[in-house]
Design a protein around this ligand. Sequence first.
Ligand SMILES: [Zn+2]
Length: 388
Amino acid sequence: MRATGRVRRNERLAALRCIACHTQYPIADMPTGCPRCAGAGHPSSVEAVYAGAPLPLQPKSQGYRWGAWLPYSDGISLGEGNTPCLDVPALARTLGVEQLWIKHEGMNPTGSHKDRMSAQAVSRALDVGARLVVLASSGNAAVSAAAYCAAAGLPCEIATYSDLPAPFARALREYGAMRVAFDSGHARWDHVRRRVERDGAFAVTNYCVPPVGSPVFGVEGYRAVALEWVAQGVRPDHVLVPTARGDLLWGVYSALRDLVHGGVLDRVPQLWAVEPFARLSRVLDGVALQSEFEGRTAQFSTAGSTVTLQQEMAARLSGGGAVLVDDHAAAEGMSRLAKAGFWVELCAGACYSGAWQLRSAGRIASSQQVLLLLTAKGDRDPFPFDSL
Ligand SMILES: [Zn+2]
C-alpha cells in the first residue's frame, strides 16, 4: 500500500475532451462535464485524451499498472485491479453459448469495481492538493472512497440515504469517513454541490441535474477492466454490465474503442447495460434522455431515476443496448451464479439473467462468447433474500 501522498500523472495525458461535441479542454477538474454542452442544455461527460498512438497490448503484460492508458500511472493503491476473468463452461452449457467468461470485480480490495474509480480519483485529489473529498453514495462507492481516502490520509465526507444499511454504515465509521444523511437522491447531490462550489471540496461522484457521469479521473479507472481481459486473450462478442449511470460501461467502452483504433481489436463487442427497470431501454426507444424514470428495485447498486449520455453512447455505439431484468429474475440469476461458486450482489445476478434473456431472444447466438461483469460480492447486499 502506498500512502505517501505522492502520485505520478501519466505523461501521455494531454487534454480532456467532451464525449459528445469533442471540444478539447486543458487538464482540469470538470465535475459538471463539458461547459459547452451544459450551456446548450444537454450535459455531457468529458474523457481523457492520451497523446501518441495507442500501444499494442502484450498478452500477460503488466496488469493494472496501465501507465499509458490511465490518468495516474502511480498513486494511492490498495491492490485493486487484475481481477480474475474465468472461463465457466458449466454456465456456458446452461446458456447454450460457446464460451462464458466471468470477470469478478468483487475480488477488489473493498469488494467492488468502485475501487478502480477510487484509486484514480483519490490520486487526483492528492495531485491537486484537495483537503476534502466528497461524494453521494449509499453503497459500494461510499465504502470504497472511504477506504482509499483513509489510505491517502484525506478527509472524506459522504452524502448517504438516511437508511444506509448497517454493514455500510459500520465500514464508513471504521474508515473514519464523515457521513451526512438525506432522504432523497437529489438532496444528496445538492449537498455535494454546495461542498464543491462553496467549500472547494473534491467531488468523486456526479452532483448535476440532469446528470453526467462521475468526474473523469475516476471513470477513466474503469478502462483497466477491459484492458485486463483483452491482455488475457479473452475476446467476447457480448459483455453484460450492471448499469446505473454508466461509469463502468463508458470506461470499458472507451478502452475497447481505443484498442480498435490502435489495431489491437477488430471491433468493440456488443455492450449491454443491465438495468432493474426501464430507463435506458426507454431512451433507446426514443424517450428523452433527460427524463426522470421512476421505478422501485431491490437492486440497490443500479437504482436511480436518471440516464446519462455516456451510457446511451456506450450501448448504442457498440451495437449493444439495454436489458431489463426485474428483481425476481435477478434473484434467479444470483442463485444460479452462486451454484457455480460466485456469490455476488443482486444486480450482478441480473447479468446472468440478462444473458439468458438475450440468448432466448436470439440476440446472442450459440456460436458466440459472453462475458459477465460481476460488479460486487454478495455478502454486503442488503437485499432481503428470503422475500422473493
Ligand atoms: Zn460538449
